[in-house]
Design a protein around this ligand. Structure first.
Ligand code: SAM
Length: 241
């Protein structure tokens, strides 16, 4: 992980301490639920044991568990874990998800355990890239599938990050290169880009959110240009061990 990524995590940390806010944010970020639809199109989860790395609010783990045999969610942030557990307790999938406090650098499961591993919007937070991918490979069965979702870059979302900090240019592209390097021994590596539109209900909310997760310069740009919609190109990488 490089310095630019660390500082962006510090920004995000504020949100991670408020899981209910992250859930609201997800609705603005993917109002048409294109992401979960794409995931379910790519992977047949029936009878699969799935690991969701950095599960956040359980946003993906919960719908996937309705189809899969079992979903194991790992998440380092205590507030997220409590929030997700409460959500699961009230849901119809109580017995199909287990949530553990853990990071990708030390995955608390045995070798060759999972049929599918999902890493959605989390690779940018990996503190030790090599170790994280070695852990992912360790717990993924031979023939198991790794699905990574990240920012593609070169879109309006990246532009906002660059407005905030010009050093950000190229971060997403570089991360994608590093991911592909780590999984070069996998089979059937497929990458696709799905356009998703971030939509804010009004300018005040847009400004507050962008201020929180990007910074003041980006928020001023949003306000000045009255931006309510932002193109976010989702990069989906899918590969078989
Ligand atoms: C942007 S959120 C994405 C949450 C979820 N995957 C989703 O798509 O809704 C990133 C999550 O990764 C978690 N995280 C940060 N560092 C991590 C690490 N080293 N290992 C596992 N998860 C991590 C954060 O606490 C946060 O919940």
């Amino acid at each position: 992980m490089n310095e630019k990524d660390v500082s962006s995590f510090e920004e995000w940390k504020k949100i991670y301490k408020k899981p209910e806010k992250l859930d609201v944010l997800s609705k603005y970020f993917d109002p048409n639920e294109i992401e979960i639809k794409s995931i379910l199109d790519i992977i047949d989860f029936r009878s699969k044991i799935v690991l969701d790395v950095g599960s956040g609010t359980g946003r993906l783990a919960i719908p996937i568990s309705r189809i899969a045999n079992k979903v194991c969610a790992i998440e380092p942030q205590e507030e997220m874990i409590q929030y997700t557990k409460e959500k699961i307790d009230k849901s119809d999938v109580k017995n199909k998800i287990e949530v553990k406090k853990a990071s990708v650098e030390n995955i608390p499961y045995p070798n060759d355990y999972f049929d599918v591993i999902i890493c959605a919007w989390v690779v940018g937070h990996f503190k030790d890239f090599k170790r994280s991918f070695s852990e992912i490979k360790r717990v993924l069965k031979n023939g198991g599938v790794l699905l990574i979702i990240d920012h593609k870059g070169g879109d309006e979302w990246e532009k906002l990050s660059i407005i905030e900090n010009s050093n950000f240019a190229g971060v997403h592209k570089e991360r994608c290169k590093r991911i592909l390097e780590e999984i070069k021994d996998f089979q059937d590596i497929q990458t696709q880009v799905v356009d998703s539109i971030i939509k804010f209900p009004n300018l005040e909310i847009a400004e507050i959110i962008i201020h929180n997760i990007r910074g003041l310069k980006a928020a001023k740009y949003i306000k000045k240009n009255k931006i309510l919609k932002i193109l976010n190109k989702m990069l989906i990488i899918c590969a078989k061990k």
